[in-house]
Write a protein that binds this ligand. Structure first.
Ligand SMILES: C[S@@+](CC[C@H](N)C(=O)[O-])C[C@H]1O[C@@H](n2cnc3c(N)ncnc32)[C@H](O)[C@@H]1O
Length: 320
């Protein structure tokens, strides 16, 4: 299903289920009722905003937008988006896409037939900034990036693209540690390069995963912390004790750093996190994505629920 074929606005209760009959058109003799404005979605979903000024928007991803043409962002995930999303079949799935930014992944999941709830911050208030982070040459405390200005412009990009692509996705604003239960349940949750920006990535996963019925997709940057592909394969042959899950703390006050990056997370660590949250069956996909025109090594962990219930109460295995 293409995003363009989806209805513009949904009732607040969500998408109709698969068995919902299609609306029946009125007989020709009946005058058409005046078209009522679509109802605004109820909280926690944010009401749609009309944004038409491309210049006001910040696009994180390159995208093709009907009526606007190609917009350019630092990341061009278009050629490798299937790998980025873990090659999951989204058709008919209800999906929570966390850290949506300008919505690129949301709109791709919609194109693949998913019904999406996007999630992101709507202000810099809840961003986990590294204390005293600075860019090289900047005074202490000055990151060079004004997140208070950037995040609303990224939200604007979402709404501009949402209208251009006639998306039906809904969005909830908030921080990843307080995703409201009212969003759930969902079949799939997607965490696209959001965990490296969180001070507590385990808590970020643990908040949403109880509402996920089937699959979690986590994509992160490989970074220098992780071994190149060929060595990574050899590493798989090492005894388990020698390939312990790891995470590296990125900030270093001596060399300066970016204020919004906390961790390089290894695939094994994410598999371990997801395992203790009830998603024990996982695979790792390694891929390259275009960042500022050059390939950058990334990986995606796709994990399937094997244990039902809330974390801590092992109520039974769903598979295996
Ligand atoms: C690097 S961008 C990733 C965009 C997209 N998901 C992708 O994979 O290309 C990180 C996104 O996570 C959001 N984010 C960062 N910290 C967050 C937090 N604590 N709660 C919610 N969203 C957060 C940012 O606003 C941003 O949109």
């Amino acid at each position: 299903m293409s995003a363009g074929s989806l209805p513009q606005q949904l009732p607040s209760g969500g998408l109709p289920g698969p068995g919902t009959p299609a609306p029946v058109s009125a007989p020709p003799s009946t005058p058409a009722p005046p078209s009522a404005p679509a109802p605004a979605p109820a909280p926690p979903y944010a009401p749609p905003r009309s944004v038409t000024d491309l210049g006001a928007c910040f696009f994180y991803h390159s995208m093709d937008l009907p009526g606007f043409g190609e917009v350019t962002g630092e990341w061009d995930l278009r050629p490798g988006v299937a790998d980025y999303l873990g090659r999951v079949d989204f058709a008919g799935k209800r999906v929570l896409e966390l850290g949506t930014a300008d919505g690129f992944l949301t709109f791709e999941i919609e194109k693949a037939g998913g019904e999406v709830v996007s999630y992101d911050l709507d202000s810099a208030r809840s961003l986990d900034l590294v204390p005293f982070a600075r860019r090289r040459g900047s005074p202490v405390g000055s990151s060079g990036v004004d997140f208070a200005e950037l995040i609303p412009r990224m939200n604007d990009a979402y709404w501009l693209a949402h209208a251009a692509l006639e998306s039906s996705a809904r969005i909830v604003y908030g921080d990843v540690y307080s995703v409201p239960d009212a969003i759930g349940p969902v079949d799939v949750a997607v965490f696209g390069t959001i965990l490296l920006h969180t001070r507590d990535p385990f808590a970020a996963l643990a908040r949403s995963l109880p509402m996920v019925r089937e699959t979690v997709v986590v994509t992160e940057d490989h970074g220098r912390f992780l071994l190149p592909e060929v060595l990574g394969r050899l590493r798989q042959r090492l005894p388990r004790a020698l390939r312990r899950p790891g995470m590296r703390f990125i900030p270093d006050w001596r060399t300066s750093t970016e204020p919004e990056g906390w961790w390089r997370l290894s695939p094994e660590l994410l598999q371990a996190f997801l395992g203790v949250l009830g998603f024990e069956a996982s695979v790792v996909i390694r891929h390259a994505q275009l960042y500022r025109g050059a390939p950058r090594q990334m990986f995606t962990v796709v994990a399937h629920r094997t244990v039902a219930g809330e974390p801590g109460e092992r109520t039974g295995r769903e598979h295996g």
